[in-house]
Design a protein around this ligand. Sequence first.
Ligand SMILES: [Zn+2]
Length: 120
Amino acid sequence: MALAAASRDEICGLLLGRDDAIEAILPTANVAPDPARHFELDPAALIAAYRAARKGGPAVIGHYHSHPSGVAAPSETDRACAAPDGSLWLIIGGREATLWRAGPGVAVNVNFTKTSLDGR
Ligand SMILES: [Zn+2]
C-alpha cells in the first residue's frame, strides 16, 4: 500500500494462494507502454508462477494493481481488459484496497463482484 501510494505509475503483481486464501503476493514489473495509466503483468513472472504452481507451489488466484488516481475500483480499462475467469482483482487506490472477482457478465464481458475473504 505504501509502495503504491509512493508510485506515480501503476504497480502490479500476483496473488498466490489456495482456495481463495491469499498466502503471498508477488510483485512483478509493470510492462505496459504507459505504466502511469495502465498495467500489464510481466509475462515472464506470470509463466514462472504458473510453472511453480504446477510443481506444487501455491496457485495463481489473482493479481493486484494500483490506481494512481486514487480510485480503488475497477476502471473502464479494467472492465475492457478483464477475462471472466473467476480470478481475484485487488485494486489499490489512495489508502484503500478493494477486492473483486471477475465473473461472467450478462450484457458485458465481465462482471466485477466486490468480495472479501472472510476477514482474512
Ligand atoms: Zn485498473
